[in-house]
Ligand binder design. Structure first.
Ligand SMILES: [Cu+2]
Length: 168
């Protein structure tokens, strides 16, 4: 009996190790009627002044909510941005009043689309690093999540942050 228990523990440990390195880690959060699935960011080149954070936000409630901002220890401030194409050039800008999460809907923040912008980076983001981010919703309040840092350029193209950084 004792031996069997030990075997179970060994199997659990074996299963736990690959999950621990981020392969298929369950990675979601809830606040009120909202759930935030798989928040992530990308490694940044040295001297980068900004980085994007991405996630899926689902609203299971019956009223709209809005992602209005946040804070992170790696950034001087956090903004909510959208991308738009002007004269064939992709630009990003802060969404006034925050990003609407309609009742019963899911909104994806992704490279080239809506994103959380980590402005004034205080450090280079390294692949594999876990970065705390507090999201602020108008109705649901705040929720602490952890961003998984993927490789530079992961799952999308850069969308002109370097230009904005120069203007800062
Ligand atoms: Cu941005």
């Amino acid at each position: 009996m004792k031996g069997m228990l030990r075997q179970v523990a060994v199997i659990a440990l074996a299963l736990g190790i690959p999950a621990g390195v981020g392969a298929a880690k369950a990675h979601d959060y809830t606040v009120g009627e909202l759930s935030i699935d798989h928040p992530w960011t990308r490694a940044t080149p040295p001297q980068a002044r900004a980085g994007g954070a991405y996630m899926m936000i689902m609203n299971t409630g019956s009223a709209e909510d809005r992602l209005v901002g946040g804070t992170s220890p790696v950034a001087e401030r956090v903004e909510i941005h959208e991308m738009s194409v002007e004269n064939d050039i992709m630009r990003m800008r802060e969404i006034e009043g925050g990003l609407a999460i309609p009742a019963g809907a899911s909104v994806e923040l992704k490279p080239g689309g809506y994103h959380v912008m980590l402005m004034g980076l205080k450090e280079t983001l390294e692949e594999g690093q876990e970065i705390p981010l507090t999201l602020e919703f108008k109705e649901a309040g705040t929720v602490d999540v952890v961003l998984e840092t993927k490789a530079i350029g992961a799952a999308g193209h850069d969308h002109g942050h370097s230009d904005a950084e120069k203007n800062e």
